[in-house]
Design a protein around this ligand. Structure first.
Ligand code: SF4
Length: 332
């Protein structure tokens, strides 16, 4: 355990021993990879397993290192930091969700002023704060507000749990609440703001701030509009099919023909990780649709010279959806 996060070391050791694992692949998200050496050495000292650390990037529960583990001949993946995301996995995985132990009392008190005009709230959080959701609910209820924690949907693993690409649970209650409160970080609250029309407030547990997401939402929506226009005006389109096991958002078959019918040249490209260097290699293609994580297109805006859109945004570019549909029902 470090001060902020509980790495549940003893639980992991018990599981390795119970499962009689001999070769373990340890997978950590980027923000906590610095703990990898300590954890690997500790687990090896307390079990009969050899522990190998995955040096590849890991962005979500979608990003299980299944091929790496199979290539290595590992018999267990220990996946830190995320709740289960992929429904059926043909490999033993031990998920270790991480609790953020930072107290939220001050943050809740701080939020009173920003939220005083709302009578009803939808309340959600990232997986690190699931253990604090009830505390937040009780706090707002004591202020006389109606609080709804939405039921899990799709990739969410718990009621009130959001991941960056899954906001259907919020959409289903959006008409019944005045605003949404997201306990966690900007990434998850921006996703919420791009998915529902209600005001969204971030209770930022890292910076201990309350953030009204309206300004950022408006800025990103303008960026998305300009990017879709660039795709519409491009003669050549690259459609990127994601190779990470849980990153399958949309079908290239649906959009390829439509782009071709509108006179564009289309190429389908596979990529595990989308980055600037890889896109540059495709000279002459200035517009890409990415069917991997939908947040790549949104978060990486400005990193590339080329336009990069999500599947839903591509549907707007080919006329299958209207721009207003994205505004009304979400971009992700
Ligand atoms: S937002 Fe992207 S990285 Fe996060 S779980 Fe969804 S697909 Fe994976």
């Amino acid at each position: 355990m470090n001060n902020k996060f509980d790495f549940q070391e003893e639980h992991v050791i018990n599981e390795i021993n119970k499962r009689k694992a001999k070769l373990v692949l340890l997978q950590l998200p980027e923000g906590i990879k610095q703990e990898a050496v300590r954890l690997a050495n500790y687990f090896e000292s307390k079990t009969n397993a050899e522990v190998v650390v995955s040096g590849e990037t890991c962005w979500g529960g979608c990003d299980l290192a299944l091929d790496e583990a199979k290539n290595l001949g590992a018999d267990l993946i220990i996946h830190y930091g995320h709740a289960p995301f992929i429904k059926k996995v043909d490999f033993p995985i031990l998920y270790i969700e991480m609790k953020d132990n930072t107290p939220i009392d001050n943050l809740l008190n701080k939020s009173k002023k920003s939220l005083e005009k709302f009578n009803s709230l939808g309340l959600v959080c990232s997986v690190q704060h699931m253990h604090q959701l009830e505390q937040a609910k009780e706090f707002f209820e004591k202020l006389g507000k109606k609080v709804i924690i939405p039921e899990k949907k799709g990739y969410s693993h718990y009621d009130g749990h959001v991941v960056g690409c899954e906001y259907n649970s919020l959409k289903l209650i959006s008409k019944g609440v005045d605003a949404f409160v997201v306990l966690g970080n900007e990434f998850h609250s921006l996703g919420a703001a791009l998915s529902v029309r209600n005001p969204v407030y971030l209770l930022d547990t890292y910076n201990q701030e309350i953030v009204d997401m309206t300004k950022l939402r408006d800025k990103v929506i303008k960026q998305r509009f300009a990017t879709i226009e660039k795709v519409k005006n491009s003669k050549k389109i690259g459609i990127i099919v994601g190779l990470k096991p849980g990153q399958k958002f949309g079908s290239f078959k649906i959009i390829k023909k439509k782009f071709e019918d509108s006179g564009k040249e289309v190429v389908i490209i596979t990529m595990a990780e989308v980055n600037k260097d890889k896109l540059v290699n495709f000279h002459g293609i200035m517009a890409f649709v990415e069917l991997a994580c939908p947040r790549i297109a949104v978060e990486d805006y400005g990193k590339y010279d080329q336009a990069l859109v999500t599947f839903r945004e591509a549907l707007v570019a080919i006329g299958e959806l209207k721009w207003e549909d994205l505004i009304e029902h979400g971009f992700l």
